[in-house]
Design a binder for this molecule. Structure first.
Ligand code: SAM
Length: 285
């Protein structure tokens, strides 16, 4: 049976209609499933956490490769299907919860106590309506993850993996860069899913850094500067930071930029993360 036939069979058997409000677009491409699994480089001692397993298309391949797979799925209907399909696998676990409410640190800690785990990897075809909150939760909680391999909307993917200076750069580009090394893996057309999403998709991989690329005591201050710099995208960095009161005055702001050898008419997306760290440090002094 192809994945398309299998998906249709399961949907018929369980009378499933994709729930749009839960971001349900089921993968039906064998090549895309293989590419996601291969790029996650799963080994037998790995714990994989899959977010939104849905009908279990990816799950099936993950179970063959990983030491253990913990699936987190919000939709009860999917839970029944997943239990029917995979309860015979002794490396399968399932949580019927909203991933945004799960205490992942605690979950990982408990698993580590029980099992001999080498690396922890997140693999998912994410629900697109909450892509950014999920990725930011995974990064900001500083969980002991090795990597995050996810399919998301292409537009968001390009912002997450942009190199500062490129036109896709946004505040989130710097956050991702601080926590991880990001790469684009594969663009995925709409017809690889049923139902077809409105947007093109992209698989990206974030390899979590062991050390951050800049040293700063209060990283929250740096991220506050970045967030405010991008609130008014069409403005120069100086004007944006004056308007949002990060700089006390235009004169003070100009002084800070000149001290750091940063052009006073620079745009927010042209700065490096190190530039933002240096601005935040000077503001603290
Ligand atoms: N992994 C499946 C696949 O590739 O065919 C389904 C992916 S579908 C894009 C997203 C899945 O996330 C759906 O099964 C949906 O029910 C689930 N989901 C939506 N919101 C969720 C949440 N807050 N927590 C956990 N799962 C969620």
């Amino acid at each position: 049976m192809t994945i398309l036939e299998e998906t249709k069979f399961i949907m018929n058997k369980y009378h499933i209609k994709a729930n749009k409000s839960l971001g349900q677009n089921f993968l039906i491409s064998e090549e895309v499933v293989q590419e996601i699994v291969n790029s996650s480089q799963i080994e037998k001692e790995d714990l994989v956490i899959e977010i939104g397993p849905g009908l279990g298309t990816l799950t099936k391949c993950l179970l063959e490769k990983a030491g253990k797979v913990i699936c987190i799925e919000l939709d009860k209907k999917m839970i029944h299907i997943l239990q029917d399909r995979f309860s015979l696998y002794d490396n399968f676990a399932l949580l019927n919860q909203d991933v945004l409410k799960v205490d992942l640190r605690q979950l990982i800690k408990k698993e580590k106590e029980k099992e001999n785990i080498k690396n922890i990897k997140i693999v998912a075809n994410l629900p697109y309506y909450i892509t950014t909150p999920i990725i930011m939760k995974l990064l900001e909680e500083e969980l002991p993850l090795e990597s995050i391999t996810v399919m998301i909307q292409k537009e968001v993917a390009d912002r997450l993996i942009a190199v500062p200076g490129e036109k896709e750069t946004g505040a989130i580009t710097y956050s991702v860069y601080y926590y991880a090394q990001a790469e684009g893996i594969l663009e995925v057309p709409n017809h690889s899913f049923i139902p077809e999403p409105q947007v093109t998709s992209k698989v990206i991989k974030l390899v979590i850094r062991k050390q951050p690329p800049v040293k700063i005591a209060k990283k929250e201050r740096m991220f506050q500067v970045i967030k405010n710099a991008f609130m008014q995208r069409r403005k120069t960095l100086l004007n944006a930071l004056v308007n949002t009161k990060i700089f006390e005055s235009k004169e003070k702001g100009m002084q800070i930029l000149q001290d750091l050898d940063i052009a006073v008419n620079i745009r927010p997306e042209k700065l490096t993360l190190e530039d933002y760290a240096n601005i935040a440090k000077l503001l603290e002094n």
